[in-house]
Design a protein around this ligand. Structure first.
Ligand code: ADP
Ligand code: MG
Length: 350
């Protein structure tokens, strides 16, 4: 456990979430009788902590398992294996009725505010619904809470009578944020909340989310598919590839000194201004070739080896463990597992 504590960048408080060896395998059915013929390993043995008040960024190409991870943590999907501990409580096997006590503390904001908001409800009803479902508050108290959060997210009281289609994408995302936050949650999974927005609007929504985090003491798991979006908002970042963690590090370490070739390739694919200013210069640019293999049939050894310019024999034979390469900075890559004493540097996560 000592190892994980060193990763935490903020003043030590406590772990709000502890994820251990989490797996989510989706069965693949085939044939006339719909037998299970294999599994999509969307999340495959992932462990990490999230500290109270922290923003943990999760980055990886589409299909790497980010949304599944977020949903399993919130218990919107059941885990295949592993444990989810939230605020000291093991949620992994709780029944829906028992989960009700925690539902209000754990919320999600989706990428597409249009499809996630019921178009037949006005803004007031959309936000109030969260309170109706999750609390026993009387109508006047609900009204007070709705009006307070609407003001906090930068909408006007007049907007409450309007419908989602009357707003721009950025404003609609403010409605989703109000809906997620109206009941004072502790933890919010933000699943690509700005990916569908114009670049000019993205910064506004990100700034709003950061302000609200400070004001309301929120903890975020912030999902994005490229490294430019999570740069400002995250304290630490996890890079995912094919359902596994490729690299985890405090933000600046990750941008300035990426260790995993996949992280390097992701960084090289974003524009120069978005990259770390102090990054090690003498590194060849890595262009990510081809597409991600199917998570139903991942390559042996290191899942990234089929696209990695540095792959060597060991990469196809042995799966690289997540290894501490610098204090608080972990990578799952044989270029690094071989560099230092591989035994003492193995991370004991569980
Ligand atoms: P990301 O959010 O990183 O794009 P997802 O978590 O959506 O990735 O998907 C990870 C993998 O799991 C993909 O191969 C996807 O097709 C598969 N997957 C996601 N949800 C389901 C599901 N309900 N049933 C079967 N496969 C799924
Ligand atoms: Mg997704």
């Amino acid at each position: 456990m000592k190892v994980l504590e060193e990763v935490k960048p903020k003043v030590a408080t406590k772990n709000l979430l502890e994820i251990r060896n989490l797996k989510k395998y989706f069965p693949i059915k085939g044939g006339v009788i719909q037998r299970t013929t294999g599994h999509v390993k969307a999340v495959d043995d992932i462990s990490f902590d999230i500290q109270e008040g922290e923003t943990l960024g999760i980055v990886g190409e589409s299909g790497s398992g980010k949304s599944t991870l977020g949903r399993v943590i919130l218990r919107l999907l059941s885990a295949t294996d592993g444990t989810i501990t939230f605020d000291g409580n093991n949620l992994t096997h709780l029944k829906e009725r028992e989960l009700r006590n925690y539902r209000k503390d754990m919320q999600i904001i989706f990428q597409d505010p249009f499809s996630s908001l019921n178009s037949k409800m006005n803004v007031y009803e959309l936000i109030e619904e969260a309170l109706v479902i999750q609390t026993k508050l009387a109508k006047p108290e609900r009204k007070k809470k709705v009006e307070a959060i609407v003001e906090k997210v930068g909408l006007r009281i007049e907007d409450l009578q309007k419908y989602p289609h009357e707003f721009s994408g950025g404003q609609r995302q403010r409605i989703s944020i109000a809906r997620a936050l109206v009941n004072n949650p502790k933890f919010v999974v933000c699943d690509e909340p700005v990916s569908a927005l114009d670049v000019s609007i993205q910064a506004q929504v990100l700034n709003l989310m950061m302000d609200l985090q400070d004001e309301l003491g929120l903890t975020y798991l912030f999902i994005a598919h490229d490294l430019s979006v999570v740069k400002h908002i995250s304290d630490r970042i996890i890079v995912m590839y094919l359902g596994r963690v490729a690299e985890i590090a405090p933000k600046n370490n990750l941008y300035d000194n990426p260790k995993h070739p996949y992280t390097q390739a992701l960084l090289d694919s974003v524009s120069v201004v978005d990259r770390g200013e102090n990054r090690v210069p003498e590194r060849e640019k890595i262009v990510l070739k081809g597409t991600m293999p199917s998570p139903a049939n991942p390559p042996s050894g290191c899942a990234f080896r089929t696209r990695c310019p540095f792959a060597f024999d060991r990469c196809s034979q042995e799966r690289p463990e997540l290894t501490e390469v610098e204090p608080g900075h972990f990578a799952a890559c044989h270029l690094h597992t071989g560099v230092k004493d591989p035994v003492s540097k193995l991370v004991q996560y569980s």
